[in-house]
Design a binder for this molecule. Structure first.
Ligand code: TGC
Ligand code: FAD
Length: 392
């Protein structure tokens, strides 16, 4: 892969809306991605391997538990800082951002919000440092968009719970020490349970042959009469809303992350188009290529402003789930469209691993599906504005 020459586009001077702390956090993440991710990511992605050596650095830039309080080992930052960190990591690779989103929003967040203090103290510092990695099990083979139908279940056996079922498409599963698993009790009520690697009957087979998110490890979670200590049930919130509450936090991070992937594709295409000569001119001089580039920067700028405003609302605890859905849906589609257009600007070179564009394009095919598909988020907006539920 070529040297990373990335220069972040900021057409509407969004930097003026950021605090010094935001810029400090963002720039540290940006430098780290240039130094540690860009030089190796193509090779790991081609080999479909998660680069485990990045875990320590991810922790150091505050990517694990960005907004979790310092007393639990988190970085104690605000939501915009969290978003900016996700943006910078996904500028490098969506799969690495996935690892960080899952750790922060889908594992640390539920333990922090729904767990008791013993659970917080036991798990959060180790997850923040990356000593333990976590995964989040909601999706099942027969229940993806409709997690309310889940069949994974646990029974009260007096001194422990007995857990049975299976989850699939689980990011980080093959190496995670800790899994936050959503399952129904005997009354069909959904609870989160902390399952640890090594518990008898718990296995995590890896999912192979992915054409997307190849540098992220994906797997199944299989529970065959797993005895889970009662102390591992998250006591402070139950019902499907508890699981979906974690998704709000992760979807918020993805809305920012997708901007990072789009910025990288735009920046690469802009630079290439000014250097690549055809018909005696740089291709950037042709109107058709300028149209592509001008539309890209317009869409990136709109997404940056949407997401910044969402961050302000999130900091004020006023962001609604539907607002988060709109940003996730808009920004991922924006990024995937930009990746496709940028790939064309590079002509044949667009499909080469020498540049990041094709990898981003392939990664974004997962990002547009996970954490609620593009269609599901549209229906969430539809429900919000009409009051009429297309899911029921
Ligand atoms: P519905 O009846 O609407 O809701 C059930 C309860 O949940 C509440 N609720 C929410 N709470 C917090 N945040 C949200 N976003 C919420 N959405 C709904 C709701 O108020 C209700 O509460 P209560 O108290 O009345 O019981 O549920 P439904 O069964 O009709 O489903 C609605 C639907 C389709 C929108 C939802 O289930 C959904 O979002 N489906 C998509 C599934 C999904 O996003 N799965 C993601 C799996 S995790 C993942 O992909 C990780 S990828 C990680 C990575 O690598 O980055
Ligand atoms: P389905 O729900 O079967 O949907 C198939 C199609 O039908 C979609 O286009 C969908 O939009 C459409 N559809 C479904 N219902 C409706 C409707 N009511 N109206 C209109 N259209 C509809 N899950 C986790 O729990 N944890 C993870 O860590 C995780 N990581 C993932 C990593 C990767 C790489 C991938 C690909 C997925 C991951 N997922 C994870 C699973 C992901 O959340 C699901 O794939 C996603 O929610 C969609 O579920 P599904 O694949 O079963 O598709």
């Amino acid at each position: 892969m070529r040297p990373d020459l990335f220069e972040a586009p900021d057409y509407y001077n969004l930097d003026a809306l950021l605090t010094d702390e935001h810029k400090l956090v963002r720039d540290a993440a940006r430098q780290w991605v240039k130094r540690e991710v860009s030089p190796i990511i193509e090779e790991y992605s081609q080999k479909a391997k998660f680069p485990k050596q990045l875990i320590k650095g991810l922790s150091e830039i505050g990517a694990f538990g960005s907004y979790i309080p310092l007393e639990y080992g988190g970085a104690g930052l605000d939501q915009i800082s969290y978003g900016l960190i996700m943006q910078e990591i996904e500028r490098g690779d969506s799969g690495i951002r996935s690892t960080a989103s899952v750790q922060s929003s889908l594992v640390m967040y539920p333990i922090w919000k729904y767990g008791n203090d013993t659970q917080r103290k036991k798990y959060l510092p180790k997850l923040a440092s990356g000593e333990w990695m976590g995964c989040f099990g909601l999706t099942e083979p027969d229940h993806g968009s409709n997690p309310s139908g889940m069949v994974t279940n646990f029974k009260d056996k007096g001194d422990h719970y007995l857990l049975n079922g299976a989850k699939m498409w689980i990011s980080n599963a093959p190496f995670a020490q800790v899994a936050v698993v959503w399952a129904k009790d005997e009354n069909e009520r959904v609870y989160g349970l902390i399952v640890e690697r090594g518990m008898e009957g718990f296995t995590t087979p890896e999912t192979h042959n992915k054409w997307s998110l190849r540098a992220s490890a994906t797997g199944e979670l299989i529970f065959d009469n797993v005895k889970v200590p009662k102390a591992n049930l998250l006591p402070n919130k139950s019902g499907l809303g508890a699981a979906l509450g974690c998704l709000d936090s992760a979807r918020f991070g993805i809305a920012w992350g997708a901007i990072g992937a789009a910025m990288d594709c735009y920046d690469t295409a802009l630079r290439y188009s000014k250097e690549r000569m055809q018909f005696g001119k740089p291709i950037a001089q042709f109107q058709l290529q300028q149209k592509k580039l001008a539309e890209m920067i317009t869409e990136i700028t709109k997404a940056q402003l949407l997401t910044w405003r969402l961050g302000v609302l999130k900091n004020e605890e006023k962001a609604t789930s539907a607002q988060i859905s709109m940003a996730k849906r808009n920004n991922v589609e924006m990024a995937i469209n930009i990746a496709r257009e940028a790939r064309q600007i590079l002509g044949g070179m667009g499909i080469s691993g020498e540049y990041s564009i094709m990898r981003h394009a392939m990664n974004l095919e997962s990002v547009i599906t996970y954490e609620g598909t593009h269609d599901i988020h549209l229906l969430i907006t539809g429900l919000d504005i009409t009051g009429l539920n297309a899911f029921k």
